[in-house]
Design a protein around this ligand. Structure first.
Ligand code: SF4
Ligand code: SF4
Ligand code: SF4
Length: 240
């Protein structure tokens, strides 16, 4: 099976599991847990995400993120491309304010620090009551609307509170010269067909990157769509 089909299967599975996993990806529950001194499931998942991205970049976004899957479904309705630029920095502002909130909440906690991975879930399942469904569909709307209005994976570009963990982890890995999975390009093979630009789910100007032979981009999720589409095999994964 082609890599992109496998990737989409992973994303569909992640979407189907979202009612179970949503409380483990929650920016709100970390703060609620922190006020009670609880290191909860979301805290642990985001910490693992940060560490994993040192080696694997944003592969989570390409293969495992339910919100990524939901947005890729929207490409059936619109193939609009979100504008790149200053708007991409909004997510870092959201992230900074949120992280400050988590720190302040821990500093003002009412109890001693404890660890509870299944915090606020019944038997580890995130949605077990009607309020859970209201939260669930609210979050689905929050993910869907930017993608509908702004275009392909606009929520990832502008809003996502998880992306900065992976961008920071990835940059840290580069700074420390740790071996990472990354893209490399050979511009000598490229025929400027722009197939990679069209295939990129993050709407990146991949062809320009190939011409510059600099594939590094904070918004690249390493999905491999550009690799799969390139008739000249000008782009490839490398661990270095
Ligand atoms: S940027 Fe955020 S929403 Fe988008 S795929 Fe990555 S983790 Fe998911
Ligand atoms: S540049 Fe290639 S690997 Fe990166 S997001 Fe775009 S298509 Fe995926
Ligand atoms: S798909 Fe390959 S040949 Fe076509 S522009 Fe991209 S890198 Fe060049």
């Amino acid at each position: 099976m082609k890599r992109q089909n496998i990737r989409k299967l992973f994303l569909i599975s992640a979407m189907l599991l979202f009612p179970i996993t949503i409380y483990y990806l929650s920016p709100y529950l970390i703060i609620q847990g922190a006020l009670e001194g609880v290191i909860n499931g979301s805290f642990i998942v985001f910490a693992v995400m940060l560490v994993a991205s040192i080696f694997f970049g944003r592969l989570f976004c390409a293969y495992l993120c339910p919100a990524g899957g939901i947005q890729e479904c929207i490409t059936l309705v619109t193939d609009k491309k979100p504008k790149q630029g200053w708007k991409n920095n909004i997510k870092y502002v959201i992230w900074t304010v949120w992280i400050a909130g988590v720190v302040v909440s821990f500093l003002n906690r009412s109890k001693e620090i404890s660890v509870d991975f299944f915090y606020m879930t019944d038997h580890g399942i995130s949605i077990a009551n009607i309020y859970g469904y209201i939260i669930y569909y609210g979050i689905i709307l929050l993910i869907l609307m930017p993608a509908l209005v702004g275009g392909k994976r606009a929520f990832c570009h502008y809003i996502c509170w998880m992306a900065p963990f992976m961008v920071i982890g990835n940059k840290l890995g580069r700074l420390l010269h740790i071996k990472q999975i990354r893209l490399t390009a050979d511009k000598g093979k490229c025929t400027n067909c722009h197939g990679c630009d069209k295939a990129c789910p993050m709407s990146l100007k991949v062809n320009d990157k190939v011409q510059a032979e600099r594939m590094e981009d904070a918004e690249c999720i390493l999905c491999g769509a550009c690799i799969g589409i390139c008739p000249k095999k000008a782009i490839r994964y490398q661990i270095k």
